[in-house]
Design a binder for this molecule. Structure first.
Ligand SMILES: NC(=O)c1ccc[n+]([C@@H]2O[C@H](COP(=O)([O-])OP(=O)(O)OC[C@H]3O[C@@H](n4cnc5c(N)ncnc54)[C@H](O)[C@@H]3O)[C@@H](O)[C@H]2O)c1
Length: 369
């Protein structure tokens, strides 16, 4: 007697470079091996997962490809888990996944610290004029260094737009600098803000009072161009604006104008309205901006954190449990999901008995001496 596999897992191919190496390094797939769970990279790199890509799989661990209605087309038994490596799910049609009883998970525990440290990096790099000073050295303009006096962080007032998971971690990282933190987040409770030692205020107040405004909120119709020309005009001329969330939250044309005119001091951007930015984008030529290709948070810490979290979601469903960070909660508790999780749990139990040999002499015989 042999046990069926506990669960069949596909990993999206965009993790691999041209040489077949995982560009993220160690994303903890070894924990699937250790649990005896079979996994493989999907045969093709695709911008959209089609039904043929995921047929026969119970779970898909993925980074970039879109999940749409076509992912489920014609499948009797589509995957019951789409575990996204990362926290954004703009490319996932959640309604389609919910219609097909498929769970979608994200990895906020993995992104939290790396995004917070990316924000801190941009903040310090911007205040210390890293772009301009890097250029001075490379271009043999050493003597011009006295034109780029920086600003210290200690004792300043930091304004956060959004006080969620990543912003909450940044607040802790800022503590040694004795800063005051104010934040605008209509969905954050006073209790959460008080626990973090943050004063809640409306967006205009944050823009007007902060020495550095850091955009860390989710992109929605409500936050699209939340930071527009009028709000940029409220900022102190010595203040800096940073965005580590999503490009369209800031009106980029208005930001360029504010930077060019000296209306604000500097900007630090990990994200853009169009990614990558067009070669003619004026931001690329300004000395008072620090830029990063939506990857400042990409570190081995993020690989292990996002990977470990997504792998844990797979391990959870393999054991018949609902994973922790499900975004389409409507699926949880549905009979169809309960049935499939129950079947996986039963398979896992059979496997455990076989693996340990307990009460199953045939398995021991099969396993050799
Ligand atoms: N640069 C990167 O590599 C990277 C990585 C991870 C996440 N992100 C982005 O950062 C964002 C924040 O991540 P998170 O993990 O902290 O998410 P989160 O969901 O924990 O926090 C988002 C916060 O935005 C708040 N918000 C909603 N509407 C708002 C509004 N009108 N004004 C102000 N705040 C508002 C929410 O209440 C929430 O507290 C994500 O949505 C994602 O777009 C970027």
């Amino acid at each position: 007697m042999t046990a069926g596999p506990r669960i069949t897992v596909g990993v999206s191919r965009d993790f691999l470079d041209d040489h077949g190496r995982n560009v993220w390094g160690d994303i903890r797939l070894g924990e699937l091996d250790a649990a005896g769970i079979a996994w493989h990279y999907l045969p093709r790199d695709t911008g959209e997962l089609l039904a043929a890509d995921v047929a026969g799989l119970d779970a898909v661990l993925f980074a970039a490809p879109a999940v749409t209605e076509r992912t489920f087309a014609g499948l009797d038994r589509p995957p019951l888990l789409f575990a996204r490596f990362g926290v954004g799910y703009d490319a996932v049609d959640l309604d389609a996944c919910t219609r097909h009883d498929a769970l979608v998970t994200i990895t906020p525990d993995g992104a939290r610290r790396p995004v917070a440290t990316a924000a801190l990096t941009l903040l310090l790099a911007t205040l210390h004029n890293v772009t301009a000073k890097d250029r001075l050295v490379r271009e043999g303009r050493w003597a011009e260094k006295d034109r780029w006096m920086g600003r210290g962080l200690t004792g300043r007032r930091i304004g956060l737009i959004g006080l969620g998971n990543t912003a909450g971690d940044l607040v802790g990282l800022l503590r040694p600098f004795d800063v005051e933190v104010i934040a605008s987040d209509p969905y954050c409770t006073q209790e959460t803000a008080r626990r973090l030692g943050v004063r809640l205020a409306d967006v205009d107040t944050v823009m007007a009072e902060a020495d550095a405004v850091i955009v860390m909120c989710v992109l929605t119709e409500e936050t699209r161009h939340l930071i527009d020309a009028r709000r940029l005009a409220l900022m102190r001329p010595t203040a800096v604006l940073l965005n580590v969330a999503r490009g369209p939250i800031v009106d980029e044309a208005a930001l360029i104008e504010a930077l060019r005119s000296g209306r604000i001091r500097a900007a630090g951007l990990d994200v853009f309205e169009t990614e990558p930015p067009e070669p003619g984008n004026p931001l690329l030529h300004l000395d008072n901006v620090v830029l990063s290709p939506h990857a400042l948070a990409w570190t081995d810490e993020m690989s292990a954190g996002n990977g470990g979290s997504a792998v844990q979601a797979v391990l959870d469903v393999a054991a018949g449990r609902v994973p922790r960070f499900v975004v389409n909660r409507d699926v949880v508790g549905r009979p169809a999901l309960a049935d499939r999780l129950g079947a996986l749990a039963a398979r896992a139990e059979i496997r455990t008995v076989l693996d340990t040999g307990a009460g199953e002499p045939a398995a021991r015989a099969e396993g050799g001496s």
